[in-house]
Design a protein around this ligand. Structure first.
Ligand SMILES: NC(=O)C1=CN([C@@H]2O[C@H](COP(=O)(O)OP(=O)(O)OC[C@H]3O[C@@H](n4cnc5c(N)ncnc54)[C@H](OP(=O)(O)O)[C@@H]3O)[C@@H](O)[C@H]2O)C=CC1
Ligand SMILES: O=C(O)CCC(=O)C(=O)O
Length: 489
């Protein structure tokens, strides 16, 4: 152990209402991507034994939890929300330190987590069924809903507060107990979120958190016979494996995976607004959103104007440590992610695209220990290139020139993904054609591709999801089963 390891804060698993170190005391380090020499915290490296304890606790606690009134469960979520609201600075700072997004983004995401918690707390008071006229005049026919039992939540590092909360909160409010495996990258942030639920007085065993590698704890959740539903957000490769493991044992599953999201700029677009939306949608959070804009499809009439304005604005963005108030764009979340981004930039050049701007490690020596890449803009991209087809998850914009809206929509659909898409146009006909023909779960007119409203359904078409929807009232479809009740006196 070096000195820094000895002085770094230590975080544990949360099992059956208690903080517990991993079996055998195994730990790993959470590293700051802005400075790889800084350890943010020492976190558990859990084994299957830890998972077993968490699942057993969740199984034991679930009956009493489901028997509470929805309003009682809701009150606990309201309390957790209030506590989290008071800790926005602390949680936001942990997030910036662990995965690099800027502090305003990190605090904004934590505030969003609070709002999601409150939304689902309120769900405890809303209707969960319908009365249906029976063909038997004496009978009472209605539907109600049952929780699944225990839900396994596998969450990624890119929204380390909002994504877990939009899974945990509906799972809990509808009466499920939970075993949560957060991304290892953001386990410190996860522990701070978990502490809010603990301090709110959630009964022991109802929500458990196990930190450890995806292949052990994540896969263990997918395969565990006592976990009745699994919700996952992350890469397509892992999502497919999770889905297959769940399907093989008849468990319910929900997958939210990648995107290759297009923005279309029509000839009649407000070009300045379109440039802003492209930058915000493509480069905020260093491009590490599943809804990030990565393909910029521009009609030829405004191509040159759009391109030169985009380059000018992107050149003004300050890359740096997310804690620095001047920074617009933080580092990639980890070294592997940075290497992936750099390898795609090389691939783009090799395939014949023209790198107009960025795509390099910054020369500033103050940034040399961080996983930084300057935002890249590619010109002369064609739809068949890897940079136009594969999810990069980094600050890379691929410009594609087209003749008209028809061609733009065709190319926008020329991918295996279908998560989000946007168009900039002042023409209602263009907008309606786009809304109708675009194969994506989220379509936005005169708005960037990213940006999800917590009260609306969110999810993708094609290979972006398991065709289910999260958030808003859509969440009830995954976290419960409908029970049809027929009663005759
Ligand atoms: N849709 C989205 O929002 C996201 C998409 N991605 C995409 O995925 C790429 C790789 O990122 P990465 O973090 O490796 O994504 P992963 O899909 O590997 O990670 C997502 C979650 O799954 C867990 N996991 C990893 N392996 C397994 C497994 N075999 N079984 C069950 N769970 C597992 C991870 O745990 P652990 O952290 O311990 O590895 C993490 O909690 C990115 O470049 C991006 O393209 C990534 C994150 C979010
Ligand atoms: O755009 C957003 O706010 C949500 C993005 C998201 O869900 C993701 O990146 O996983």
């Amino acid at each position: 152990m070096n000195d820094m390891t000895q002085t770094s804060p230590v975080y544990d698993n949360y099992i059956n209402g208690e903080w517990k170190s991993a079996e055998g005391g195994r730990t790993q380090k959470s590293i700051n991507p802005a400075n790889k020499n800084e350890i943010v915290g020492i976190i558990p490296d859990s084994s299957k034994q830890d998972l077993e304890k968490a699942v057993a606790a969740a199984k034991t606690s679930r009956l009493a939890w489901r028997k509470l009134a929805g309003a009682q469960r809701g009150n606990l979520l309201f309390k957790a929300a209030d506590i989290m609201e008071n800790r926005i600075n602390e949680i936001g700072e942990a997030m910036t330190l662990e995965m690099g997004k800027t502090l305003p983004e990190a605090k904004g995401e934590t505030a969003r987590g609070v709002a999601i918690l409150r939304y689902y707390a309120g769900e405890g008071m809303r209707k969960i069924g319908d009365v249906i006229p029976s063909s038997d005049a004496d009978a009472f026919l209605y539907t109600t809903r049952s929780p699944l039992g225990t839900v396994g939540v596998i969450s990624p590092w890119n929204f380390p507060v909002a994504i877990p909360i939009w899974k945990l909160a509906p799972a809990l409010i509808y009466g499920n107990s939970v075993v949560w495996k957060p991304a290892t990258e953001t386990a410190v942030t996860a522990a701070k979120v978990m502490q809010c639920f603990h301090d709110a007085g959630l009964p022991a065993g109802v929500l458990n958190m196990v930190v450890g590698s995806g292949s052990v704890i994540g896969q263990g959740i997918a395969e565990h016979a006592d976990i009745n539903g699994i919700t996952f957000t992350g890469s397509n490769a892992v999502g497919q494996a999770v889905g297959q493991a769940a399907l093989a044992r008849g468990a319910k599953y929900q997958l939210e995976m990648g995107g290759k999201n297009p923005i279309i700029i029509a000839a009649d677009a407000d070009v300045d607004l379109a440039v802003e939306a492209t930058i915000s949608g493509g480069l905020r959070s260093t491009g590490q959103k599943c809804t990030a804009t990565s393909r910029v499809i521009v009609v030829k009439d405004v191509y040159e104007e759009f391109k030169s304005k985009l380059i000018q604005k992107v050149a003004e963005l300050k890359v740096g440590n997310g804690l620095d108030a001047q920074t617009w764009l933080g580092p990639c979340a980890n070294e592997k992610q940075m290497e992936t981004v750099i390898s795609y930039i090389r691939k783009g050049v090799d395939e014949g695209a023209v790198l107009l701007h960025g795509g390099t490690r910054p020369t500033d020596r103050a940034l040399s220990d961080g996983f930084y890449v300057t935002p890249a803009i590619f010109d002369k991209v064609t739809s068949k290139m890897a940079i136009a087809q594969e999810e990069i998850f980094g600050p890379v914009l691929a410009l594609i020139e087209v003749n008209d809206i028809q061609e733009a929509i065709e190319l926008a659909n020329d991918t295996t993904y279908g998560l989000s898409a946007s168009i900039y146009t002042r023409n209602i006909g263009n907008a309606l054609q786009f809304v109708q023909d675009m194969e994506a779960g989220l379509v936005r007119v005169n708005a960037e591709t990213a940006g999800v409203e917590l009260q609306a359904p969110f999810g993708g078409m094609k290979q972006s999801s398991s065709h289910s929807r999260e958030q808003g009232q859509a969440a009830i479809e995954f976290y419960t089963s409908i029970k049809t009740v027929f009663i005759k006196p």
